[in-house]
Design a protein around this ligand. Structure first.
Ligand code: OGA
Ligand code: MN
Length: 294
């Protein structure tokens, strides 16, 4: 039996059913899933039972894995999960206990609540993210997604011309700085230097244009910092209007896959004394976006 794709909106978010992702993936299903991701940007699989290795194996069908940057910016601490390929999106420490309110990794993790796209602070950024829910709180902790292709399409022609060819500087230290989280060592900072990313990119699988901005984007190269920052804030505000945003309410066993090349996302608040255990695998884009645009 082949998969069933049920769209939530005409061109954004679909639920995929009639597939057990723990089993070997058939080529026809792989291609149908990829086509759904290219069209809908966010796809949701419910009721899955996956080990970390099975999650990684499924992700590998869609591209090489981006090793998590968490280890680069949290050096010298105990990590809970063994696999380098997994980013720990939980609020648990290395021993599996809920992190203290002031734990450094918790404060860093809170930046997921700012609108962003994964790993845009790396020269070769993330392509697809696959986030799997092991434990979810009873209340709160939704994830919101913004459709950056629809947001681009809806810009006035004059704005499209104004931003054509602009390049923003992205840095993880900028998103953390917005929350006044600055407790990183010189080695950690040096491991993740700022990178350029075009403000508009063409999504290869559609191919449609998309806004590419995020909380990591600090300014526009070649423009006074305040002007560039205001422009970026305006674009993020535009792209996150309700008509472009979908909210995912997590259930245990959900695997949500999103395309970072044409979406932004953010976590929503919950009682962080309760456990929320989500784990993410991200695939690597093919090259730096500046090279892709050239
Ligand atoms: C992520 C992320 C949001 C959330 O995994 O990249 O931003 O709701 N997660 O946990
Ligand atoms: Mn993220």
């Amino acid at each position: 039996m082949s998969i069933t794709v049920t769209p939530v909106h005409p061109d954004f978010v679909a639920e995929i059913s009639a597939i057990d992702l723990a089993r070997p993936l058939q080529p026809g299903d792989r291609d149908a899933i990829e086509a759904a991701i290219n069209r809908y940007a966010v796809v949701v699989f419910r009721g899955q039972t996956l080990t970390d290795d099975q999650q990684i194996a499924f992700a590998r069908h869609f591209g090489p894995i981006h090793s998590s940057a968490q280890r680069a910016r949290h050096q010298g601490i105990k990590h809970r999960l063994a696999a380098e390929e997994i980013a720990d999106i939980s609020n648990l420490d290395g021993d599996g206990k809920v992190m203290d309110q002031t734990a450094r990794r918790r404060l860093d993790w809170l930046a997921n609540r700012l609108w962003h796209t994964d790993a845009s602070f790396r020269a070769v950024p993330g392509a697809l993210s696959l986030l799997y829910a092991h434990i979810v709180p009873n209340q709160g902790g939704d994830t919101e997604f913004a459709d950056m292709r629809a947001a681009y399409d809806a810009l006035p022609e004059t704005k499209k011309q104004e931003i054509d060819g602009l390049v923003a500087e992205h840095s993880i230290w900028h998103s953390r700085g917005q929350l006044d989280v600055r407790t990183y060592s010189a080695e950690e900072r040096a491991a993740l230097p700022p990178v350029p990313q075009p403000v508009v990119r063409t999504h290869p699988g559609s191919p449609r244009k998309a806004l590419y901005v995020a909380s990591h984007a600090s300014h526009i190269i070649g423009m006074p910092v305040p002007d560039g920052r205001l422009l970026l804030l305006d674009l993020i505000e535009h792209a996150t209007q309700p008509q472009f945003v979908h909210t995912h309410h997590w259930r245990k066993g959900d695997l949500v896959v999103w395309d970072n090349r044409c979406t932004m996302h953010r976590a929503r608040p919950f009682d962080t004394t309760k456990v929320r255990d989500l784990r993410r695998v991200t695939t690597r884009d093919v090259a730096s976006t500046v090279e892709q645009a050239a």
